[in-house]
Write a protein that binds this ligand. Structure first.
Ligand SMILES: NC(=O)c1ccc[n+]([C@@H]2O[C@H](COP(=O)([O-])OP(=O)(O)OC[C@H]3O[C@@H](n4cnc5c(N)ncnc54)[C@H](OP(=O)(O)O)[C@@H]3O)[C@@H](O)[C@H]2O)c1
Length: 327
């Protein structure tokens, strides 16, 4: 079933005119939300832990900054943009004890609500505004007078104004290229799946495997880098801007033919079975359980993965190439 899309004429842009928004967490998303909302005429304050470096940055940008507890007392809407795992404790300790009926709690990702780590609170609106892109892009496009698409959802409409608030927030924070209705469940599961199977799992593994195959066969690492990493951007840009068919028209017919006949042998039935397994692990809550345990343990495996990847040949070869392109 096609999802509902809200376009500019349907958005009650002034729904937050008399409200204060607290953005708790001034990182990738939080910084862009806070700056864009403020530039859209919304009253914004920022929540940060004591001694927080990003809290200092928010203060230097002219925001009033307080703890999660302090800003929850002062705000009408509270957007939580800290990392997902510590967010449950920040909510429990700082936000929840200070919530009152009529407020709204917002999320940029449904993880904590969907997996039951943040329970809905009676009398309070709960909504989701998830820009489809990283915060830096959200801010840059907003400054250029453009924006990103966004996913929006309401898990609880206690005030009867939850949808107006969600839509006005989304518009104000820079989601100005279509707002698509979703649910906390759909956003959470599809977001985790997309990042694991395609964006942050599948694509980097494909790049590494392609690079390593060429280098192992005696090709120069620089040539392998250009073929398997550098040129991904050109193809991805074409797919995003024009779609698959038009991307194929923009490449040589040799590349088009080779892609059609070889692609399905690389991403094959085994890969699709792995994708179905990935989705199952997400939907059963197994992935969330493992990730929370990893965080509570100090992220030892995440640190190991980062170190191993930083030492890969594709990284060593790529650094000077990227540097020379910047010059
Ligand atoms: N990144 C994306 O592209 C993206 C896209 C869509 C949705 N989202 C969602 O947006 C939310 C935020 O993600 P993000 O990537 O923007 O987060 P992030 O940049 O990692 O968040 C960093 C911010 O959170 C604060 N913080 C970190 N740990 C904290 C703790 N234990 N207590 C209090 N504050 C803490 C940091 O403060 P300090 O300076 O004190 O460390 C900093 O202000 C998540 O729900 C995520 O799923 C992210």
């Amino acid at each position: 079933m096609a999802t509902r899309r809200f376009d500019e004429p349907e958005i009650p842009k002034d729904a937050l005119r008399d409200e204060t928004v607290a953005v708790v967490g001034y990182g990738n998303q939080g910084r862009a939300h806070a700056l864009n909302l403020r530039d859209s005429g919304v009253r914004v304050i920022v929540g940060a832990r004591p001694g927080s470096a990003s809290g200092e940055e928010a203060r230097a940008s002219g925001f009033e900054v307080g703890t999660a507890a302090e800003v929850t007392k002062r705000a009408d809407l509270i957007m939580l943009t800290t990392p997902d795992v510590p967010m449950a404790e920040i909510f429990r300790e700082g936000v929840r004890p200070n919530l009152r009926a009529g407020q709204m709690v917002l999320f940029a990702h449904g993880f904590n609500v969907h997996f039951g780590r943040i329970p809905l609170v009676e009398g309070v609106d709960f909504g989701l505004v998830s820009p489809k892109g990283p915060g830096a892009g959200l801010r840059r496009l907003y400054e250029q007078g453009s924006g990103l698409p966004g996913l929006v959802a309401v898990a609880q409409d206690a005030t009867g104004r939850a949808w107006d608030r969600v839509l006005a927030y989304a518009w104000g924070c820079g989601c100005r290229k279509g707002l698509y209705e979703t649910s906390f469940q759909e956003e959470t599961e599809s977001d985790l799946f997309g990042e694991q199977a395609v964006l942050c799992g599948g694509i980097p593994e494909l790049v590494k495997a392609g690079f390593e195959t060429l280098v192992a066969a005696g090709f120069s690492p620089e040539v392998a880098y250009f073929e398997c990493l550098h040129e991904t951007k050109l193809i991805v840009d074409l797919m995003v801007e024009r779609g698959l068919a038009a991307m194929r028209l923009a490449i040589s017919d040799t590349a088009e033919w080779g892609g059609f006949v070889t692609g399905p042998s690389v991403i094959n039935e085994e890969s699709r079975a792995a994708m179905r397994e990935t989705l199952k692990r997400i939907q059963s809550g197994e992935f969330a359980k493992d990730w929370i345990a990893e965080c509570e343990n100090g992220q030892p495996n995440l640190k190991k993965y980062r170190k191993v990847e930083a030492e890969l040949s594709v990284e060593q070869v790529g650094a000077p190439i990227r540097e020379s392109m910047r010059g």
